[in-house]
Ligand binder design. Sequence first.
Ligand SMILES: [Zn+2]
Ligand SMILES: [Zn+2]
Length: 402
Amino acid sequence: MINPLRGMKDTVGEFSKKYIFFIENCSRIAKNYGFSFIETPILEETALFKRSVGESSDIVGKEMYRFIDKGKNDVCMRPEGTAGAVRAFITQKYDRAGGVKRFFYHGSMFRYERPQKGRLRQFHQFGVETFGVEDVKEDAMIILMLKEIFDFFGIACKLQLNSLGCVTCMPTYKDNLIKFLDTIEGLCEDCIKRKATNPIRVLDCKNKNCNKLLENAPMLLENLCPTCKDDFSELKSILDEFGVVYSIDKKLVRGLDYYNKTAFEFISDNIGAKNAIAGGGRYDKLVEFLGGRSTAGVGFAIGIERIIDLIVMPKNKKNGYYIGAMSDNALKLVIKLVIKLRKSNVVHTQYISKSIKAHMKASDKAEAKYFICIGENELKSKTYVIKNLDTKEESVEHYHIL
Ligand SMILES: [Zn+2]
Ligand SMILES: [Zn+2]
């Protein structure tokens, strides 16, 4: 017997029902916001993720599914969705055309981590990316979209916000942070490495001792340039206006190197320790950094495995038809009727004749709303009965040739 690999699962049963319900409704909401579907390859050159996600990140440092293919290319299975979307944006020369592009995507991502609840090695994300809008109103808009998504699925969560500054204010802050870090001793091994490669990420450390050592560290939010300050105020006032509750998390820097200005996470108390269910922010330098013409970007991604248990499904309603044949002669007519009704309805059937009792049982199982059974009598009378299984009402339908 061959089992799936550790940390990888089949999409079946209850998960599958919720998954498709989630994807369909997220896609609908994203389209309402003017986003169109994009799909990028699962395999990309390793260099793409090294440059965009950053070599100092855990993802690139420890977790990538990386191998040399038969053509001797150094390739990786995508660990997240933004890098591929940006690469596609440049590949399609949208950066040269100018203007605004809004994409949504969903699919499998791969990270070689220790599997635990809500955390698989092959997992799924739904995300959006906007290119070409520098205005912070876009940041507000995608946060509103995320809120709408979580509200729709009945998921209670909290928004945490921060600003990561820009090319004007970030470098000075970084220098000050390094100066501060030089004065303290006892940081964890990871933080000592981060201090050299990406000191901002020291703030993000989950180590309790590091948190304590950083209590008096300078915070970027208190050292923003006037533009970043204004943008952050505008973002907050839009969220206030639309009743989105948030808290400021000055240490929210996200694990990825390319974010600037707005950074945010939605967290849920209902999913255990690592409680972020979605995250996003602005990445105005990434397109240029990957070789495109300078274009602003902002987006988010939702970890579907993290929220799947929190989704409140609508109560199952009876839906569609069940049509059964009670004789071999009737089967031909049943199949014709099935094909006709399937043009605009869900229709269940079986391709063998059975008793009405057996069909009724199958119809219950299929949760059909309407029940039709055709046998010799119906063939003779050229009529059949449609029974509404909700109201128990019956109506007689005449047919000539279907
Ligand atoms: Zn700034
Ligand atoms: Zn640390």
